[in-house]
Design a protein around this ligand. Structure first.
Ligand code: AMP
Length: 191
């Protein structure tokens, strides 16, 4: 099983690069953000709950998010591995993921952290807002809030995996294909 966390601030390119990794290594791409947006579109109970947080650039509470993640993993018993995109986003989520996998005799192989300077993130998100239709991309104040939430609540997840010797930093600046190559090189070294 090859379980990889694709990590980085909003706008780092996680969704784009996760697609390439999924294809190259035949993994299941699991994006909590995409699943929440799907639920919002379909007006489910989960979607209604998540929307209130997402629209403000806040994190959806751990309890909801962890339950969602576990049920998605269980839906894919035949997977060769997962790319976790946008999860874990808090230390509590990282702990929950580790114990969930541990109970199944599995573990996270690596956390690949896309490193992109803040100015470039803001530019990319403003650009993405023109086509993504995402309310949380359209407002600079919400973007700022998401970056702040990343720094305060999500970045500690990096230290969690660094302590386990599983953190791999990836330069996230450059052409999409250059960054894909850096990610593939990293995965080929660990798999
Ligand atoms: P993303 O598509 O990964 O940028 O996520 C969009 C929004 O969904 C985030 O700003 C959060 O409100 C919510 N979200 C996605 N993943 C998580 C998570 N693991 N924990 C809490 N909230 C999340």
């Amino acid at each position: 099983m090859l379980h990889i966390i694709l990590f980085g601030p909003p706008g780092a390119g996680k969704g784009t690069q996760a697609e390439f990794l999924q294809r190259e290594y035949d993994l299941v791409h699991l994006s909590t953000g995409d699943i929440f947006r799907y639920n919002i579109k379909n007006n489910t109970e989960l979607g209604v709950k998540a929307k209130a947080f997402m629209d403000q650039g806040k994190l959806v509470p751990d309890e909801l998010t962890i339950a969602l993640l576990e049920s998605e993993v269980k839906k894919n018993p035949a997977a060769r591995g997962f790319i976790f995109d946008g999860f874990p986003r808090t230390a509590a989520q990282a702990e929950a993921l580790d114990s969930f996998l541990h109970a199944r005799g599995q573990e996270i192989k690596a956390l690949l952290s896309l490193e992109v300077p803040e100015d470039e993130l803001k530019q990319r998100l403003a650009e993405r807002a023109k086509t993504s239709g995402r309310a949380d991309d359209a407002d600079p104040a919400i973007i700022q809030n998401r970056i702040q939430v990343y720094r305060n609540e999500t970045e500690p997840v990096k230290a969690h995996y660094q302590d386990k010797g599983k953190l791999i930093g990836i330069d996230g600046v450059g052409s999409i294909s250059d960054i894909t190559k850096r990610l593939f090189d990293a995965v080929n070294r660990i798999k």
